[in-house]
Structures are given as C-alpha cells and as structure tokens.
Design a protein around this ligand. Structure first.
Ligand SMILES: O=C(O)/C=C/c1cccc(O)c1O
Ligand SMILES: [Fe+2]
Length: 312
C-alpha cells in the first residue's frame, strides 16, 4: 500500500487576525510545501481526522471519535459550507475494518462538521468537495476524554483497514498543538450555555456572529498579551513533533488529559488528530517525516504546525 500523512493546524482566525508579514510568509511557505506534497502524492482517498467545536457534536451524545459516511460543513468563521465529497464505500469499509479490529467506533450517516474539517480541505485541495474523503471526528475539546492510547488504537485500526483497500491513502490531521481558545466548557457553565452545549440547537446568524466576534477579539487580546489564556508552549509542541518524527507513538500512551491541558491549554487535545493520523500511517509500514514546520502564532491562538510524512 502507498500511504502518506499531512498534519496541519487550523485556526478560524486565519485571514482575520493575521500575525506580522514575516510570520505569515513563513507559514505560507510551509503550507505551499504541504500542498505540493499532496499534489505529488496524488491520493485516491483522504482520511481526515479533525475535532469539532460544538457545531456537530454535543453532550446529548458525545463520542470519543466517530467516522462519517456523509458529512456537511456548517460554514462557521467564513469556511466553506455544504456537503463534503465523502467516499461512502471506503467509509463503510473502514468502519467495518475498525470494528473488526476491536475498536468501538461510532458511525454517523450524516455528520455535521465545522472549520476543523473544512479548513484543511480548502487549504490543501481547494475545497470541501474536491477529493474523496472519509471524515473522522476526534473529540479534542469536550471532557471527559478517552485515554490517548485509544486514539492511537483508532488510528492503527484505520490504517490497517485502509491498507486493505488497495488505494493511495493520505491521512490528514487537522488541529492546533498547544492552544487555549475561549471554547466553552460544560462544567460550571451558566444554564443557557450548558443547555446549548448539551442540546446543540443551531445558533441564529446573530448568535453565531456574536460568538465569532468574541473569538476574534480573544485572538487580538492574546496577541497583545492582555489575556488570561494559557500561553502557547513551543517546547511541548516540539516534543510532540519529535515523537511523531521519530515514530515514537507509544510515548503518547502515558500523556494524561490533565497534564496535556496544563502544558498546552484546553484545546491542546486537538493533537489527538495528529496522533491518530500518524498511527494510521505507521500501521501501513515504516515512514519518514519529509517536512516539519512550527511557529507559535498568538494572533491565531495556535501553536501552528505543518508536517508531511511518507510511507517508505
Ligand atoms: O471557537 C471556535 O470554534 C474555535 C476557536 C479556535 C481558535 C483558535 C484555534 C483553534 O483550533 C480553534 O478551534
Ligand atoms: Fe480548533
């Protein structure tokens, strides 16, 4: 089987709160490199691991991860809205393959996704409907979270199942590394917020716009240093990238939810998408990381990374 992986941080603040031009130029170069890598690899199928930010998954039922056989993007923060081009046959085959390997996968026949899924598809492929994709939601914000070892098991099972498809498969991870954006938390939330997190009623356009303005302002405050949010942690982020580069994926099994939040903030758990994608690639055989970029970008509230890896 021929397989590859791309890890790409997302941020809804890209294009809204941009950092200094030199930072932007470095990020743009790294992203352009990833785009070239994807074009040269020319995948038949993309398996996309990404989190949700209370647009598709709510506490009424909150799975640790979920694979979609159909998916629709809500278009938050100006991201593309509409159906993703899901490869239904591949999605069903992967779902069965994962379950057969003893990982208790949830399946959605109509998943709602947000910028976490839409942004990497737009950035790498030019749109959410340009490439056959199997979307896999990985919970990265809503505690309680499962042990990271289960995310690695998920990624391994998906990779093994994908190896049976006879396709060129690209595993893509979407997620910031350390970051602590103002995503709401159920515990201690005032009743209307708790109710919204549990029930998941679609916000009115005004409510959505208000919420998005709040996040944009939080990015401005963070970049100005006037914010109580946990700082981006480049040491922790590079430690994660080191493990991914060296194929030391079992190291992540000892990373606890509490420690990750303390080191990297409330949304550091988005690195679960990266761990899943690299576990999938590793399950297809040895790999080499072919490019690695990292920059702390407070204006985007993101430890921002781009990495590519190729099966050998
Ligand atoms: O509020 C949201 O929906 C998400 C905010 C955010 C901000 C910065 C980086 C991220 O990964 C985010 O999801
Ligand atoms: Fe996010």
């Amino acid at each position: 089987m021929t397989a590859a992986a791309v890890g790409l941080s997302h941020s809804p603040l890209i294009g809204r709160n941009d950092p200094e031009p030199e930072v932007l130029a470095r990020v743009d170069r790294a992203v352009a490199g990833a785009r070239d890598f994807v074009r040269d690899f020319d995948p038949d199928l993309v398996v996309l691991y990404a989190p949700d930010h209370y647009n598709g998954f709510f506490y009424r039922e909150m799975p640790p991860f979920c694979l979609a056989t159909e998916a629709h993007a809500v278009g938050d923060f100006g991201s593309e809205a509409g159906p993703l081009s899901v490869d239904v046959d591949a999605a069903k085959a992967l779902a069965q393959g994962v379950l057969d390997r003893g990982v208790d996968l949830t399946v959605s026949a109509r998943m709602t996704v947000d910028h976490g899924f839409a942004q990497p598809l737009e950035v790498l492929f030019g749109g959410i409907d340009q490439v056959p994709v199997v979307p896999v939601f990985v919970n990265g914000v809503a505690t309680p979270l499962c042990p990271v070892s289960r995310i690695r098991a998920l990624g391994t099972a998906v990779g093994e199942a994908a190896a049976g498809l006879g396709l060129r498969v690209l595993f893509v991870a979407s997620g910031g590394l350390s970051h602590d954006p103002p995503v709401p938390v159920l515990e201690g939330a005032p009743p209307p917020v708790a109710d919204a997190l549990i029930e998941g009623r679609p916000p009115t356009p005004e409510q959505r716009a208000r919420g998005e303005r709040r996040v944009v302002q939080a990015g401005r405050d963070y970049a100005a240093g006037s914010s109580g949010m946990i700082p981006i942690n480049p040491d922790w982020d590079n430690r994660l990238l080191d493990h991914l580069e060296r194929g030391e994926l079992t190291e992540f099994d000892s990373w606890t939810v509490e420690w990750m939040a303390k080191e990297g903030g409330g949304s550091a758990h988005e690195v679960r998408a990266w761990i899943a994608a690299f576990a999938s690639l590793a399950a297809t055989g040895p790999y080499a990381m072919t490019s690695r970029f990292y920059e702390a970008v407070p204006a985007w509230i993101a430890g921002f990374a781009v990495a590519t890896a190729q099966g050998r």
